[in-house]
Design a protein around this ligand. Structure first.
Ligand code: PRX
Length: 635
């Protein structure tokens, strides 16, 4: 093949075509020899991660890199002393980088704010002192229910400096979802805001938070950030304004020396029951995994403007809006609002305005932008872009190519990163030096051994679908489920012997590239957000007219999946379109706007197994005209 223009030449046909990095991308790459790096790390993953850990500041070094003695309750960097917040913040001050820009914030209405590392450090310390004044101690849980504003980063970092665990609840969740999460974590404090903007509308967050707090005895104080001057109800006993709280607090605060394995935070994610799982991540290992992946996957040198369009309420936001960029000492962009307001080019406008170097977004957003048309990104000069990223769901080859051509101008490699709340960091992902295929997350990150296997754990041949598993350990891995170690064992370690069970189906092609196809379990992926069918069903059943409900995901052009519900009504209740609307409203009230319901069908019965479990697979096959598959257990 001709050397000239190799980066963009076709190597293989159709979806097997490989996209090679340009000379410029290669010259700038932190990792240049892809295969050699993968092989070296695979031979000795522990040595690989120990070397990565040297990029961080440890108060005391570890005795052992990985302790497997109580597996699968693995421990990383045992007996080391560490703090994630020190590495994301204090370190940069100690190293004389206080003047560097840490956060650029902009909201839908055009307001902007900037924080240098010094300014961020001062305000975090003030808040640390204030929280300590309210009695927050090491090991306590603090719930955070806030929009994408700098104060959410301040709140998260402040908790960690004290050694308290934060539990961030996505601000699009309803009061019911917030209440459940506060109760499970037994959080002492709730940090929220007066309101938030979305599509020009003001959402009164404080009112939603109040609904939840009414039913949560554990909350002693509600701290309210003034974001948009929204008029809010104020309970003088319980509520306190953030700005009043930090006023007059000293700008220095002591940082807690944590054990490397101490939990840093809990983050709830959907599973197969109606109760979300509180995923626990630990200080030391999480920091090592997140810093190494952000630096290598996005080729960071230390001066980048990095924009991850997720929300801090999800793991993507935790790892790649807040902790990753801040640990790497670069500038993170936070944007509060939707990407197509006031016009469909808002996202490209922000890239141009702030000279964003790395844009990390989701397939659902790319598909929505595709629909508006390429003329919108064309309007903007985006030569600053170097690397593009995708996360949350499989990216279809059409969307991949549109992103590659119209946003990256064929210059910017796309990092399709497969990972989960539980993995904490990117797991199957290319590096910029790697050959790409449109729609494949390519290969595991160095040090990660992934496989596609059958139920017995036997590898399935190339091209055949199977269960995605991780066969070794990695530092940012989930440590347990909060207050529920049995569920941790059962969900991740009892499905396939000796491996971490991801709950996804995938296949590998003949080049060893992974193609992720979706979930194996009853978890839906709506616009990159995970939501359990059981949670949605229980929201339906909470309505007085409903006896039982079964829900499935049906394909949607933009959001990948939306919900179709099959509902059994109580005897005597009349079926009507008004009732359908009311039921949709009810689910939205319980779960929040992420539960997008396309259709409600009233039925007399639901297909069930002998043990009484709803066979959603059968509902789905019927709905989508798919083969029914094995129905031997169907009653
Ligand atoms: O099904 C996979 C899908 O999202 C799930 C994890 O969801 P969550 O814990 O909410 O974290 C999302 C962001 C990390 C996975 O089990 N998923 C995530 N990224 C990809 C993906 N599916 C295909 N390709 C991806 N790049």
């Amino acid at each position: 093949m001709a050397k000239k223009n190799r980066e963009l030449t076709e190597v293989l046909l159709s979806e097997q075509k490989k996209y090679y990095p340009s000379k410029k991308v290669l010259a700038n790459a932190n990792v240049k020899d892809y295969e050699k790096t993968l092989k070296k790390a695979e031979k000795n993953p522990e040595a690989f991660w120990a070397e990565a850990a040297e990029d961080l500041v440890w108060f005391k070094k570890w005795d052992k890199i990985l302790d497997k003695s109580k597996k699968p309750f693995y421990k990383w960097f045992t007996n080391a002393k560490f703090n994630l917040a020190y590495n994301a913040l204090d370190r940069h001050i100690d190293e004389g980088n206080g003047k560097k820009l840490a956060i650029i914030w902009e909201d839908e209405s055009g307001r902007t704010r900037k924080y240098t590392y010094q300014k961020l450090y001062n305000e975090v310390n003030q808040f640390v002192n204030a929280l300590r004044g309210l009695g927050v101690k090491k090991g306590d849980r603090v719930a955070i229910y806030m929009p994408n504003v700098p104060e959410i980063a301040i709140a998260m970092l402040s908790c960690l400096k004290i050694g308290a665990m934060h539990s961030v609840v996505y601000a699009g969740f309803s009061s019911g979802a917030l209440e459940g999460r506060i109760k499970d974590a037994r959080a002492k404090i709730l940090i929220t805001a007066d309101g938030s903007f979305r599509r020009g509308k003001v959402i009164n967050l404080k009112a939603i938070a109040d609904e939840a707090v009414k039913k949560c005895g554990s909350i002693k104080k509600v701290i309210v950030v003034k974001n948009n001057e929204e008029k809010v109800a104020f309970n003088k006993e319980k509520d306190v304004w953030y700005h009043n709280l930090i006023k007059n607090q000293p700008i220095e605060a002591k940082i807690a020396e944590m054990d490397s394995e101490d939990p840093a935070f809990v983050l709830y994610t959907s599973g197969t029951t109606s109760k979300p799982k509180g995923v626990i991540h630990a200080h030391g290992g999480y920091a090592v995994g997140v810093l190494r992946t952000i630096k290598w996957v996005f080729d960071l040198k230390g001066d980048e403007i990095f924009w991850c369009t997720a929300d801090p309420g999800w793991i993507t936001g935790h790892s790649y809006i807040i902790y990753g960029p801040l640990m790497a000492g670069i500038t993170t962009v936070m944007y509060e609002g939707v990407p197509d307001m006031p016009k469909p080019d808002r996202i490209w406008k922000v890239v141009e305005k702030y000279k964003v170097n790395v844009l990390y977004t989701a397939p659902t957003l790319i598909r929505a932008m595709m629909r508006y048309g390429k003329e919108w990104p064309m309007k903007h000069k985006m030569p600053s872009l170097r690397i593009l990223g995708s996360v949350g769901e499989p990216i279809n080859p059409e969307a991949w190519k549109w992103y590659y051509i119209n946003v990256g101008k064929k210059r910017c490699p796309i990092m399709d990163t497969w990972w989960q709340t539980e993995t904490g960091m990117n797991m199957i992902t290319p590096l910029p030096c790697a050959p790409l295929k449109a729609g494949s997350a390519t290969k595991p990150f160095p040090g990660i051994i992934a496989d596609v296997v059958d139920k017995k754990g036997k590898r399935v041949p190339a091209g055949k679908g199977g269960y995605l598993v991780i066969k070794n350990q990695w530092p940012a891995m989930i440590r347990t489920i909060f207050n529920n170690p049995e569920r941790y064992l059962k969900t991740y370690w009892k499905q396939v012997k000796g491996a971490y069970f991801a709950g996804d189906v995938a296949f590998r092609d003949k080049d060893g590239y992974f193609w992720i196809q979706g979930r194996t379990d009853d978890v839906l992926n709506i616009a990159g957000h995970r939501i359990g069918t059981a949670e949605v069903e229980s929201a339906f059943v909470s309505h007085k007219t409903v006896v039982e409900a079964g829900v499935i995901g049906v394909p949607d052009e933009i959001r990948a999946e939306v919900i179709k519900a099959f509902v059994i009504l109580k005897k005597g209740v009349k079926e009507s379109d008004e009732l359908k609307v009311e039921l949709k409203k009810q689910v939205r009230k319980v779960l929040g706007p992420i539960a997008i319901i396309k259709d409600v069908a009233f039925v007399d019965k639901l297909p069930k197994t002998r043990s009484g479990k709803i066979m959603r697979r059968v509902l789905k096959a019927k709905e989508l005209n798919l083969p029914l598959g094995d129905t031997s257990s169907l009653v």
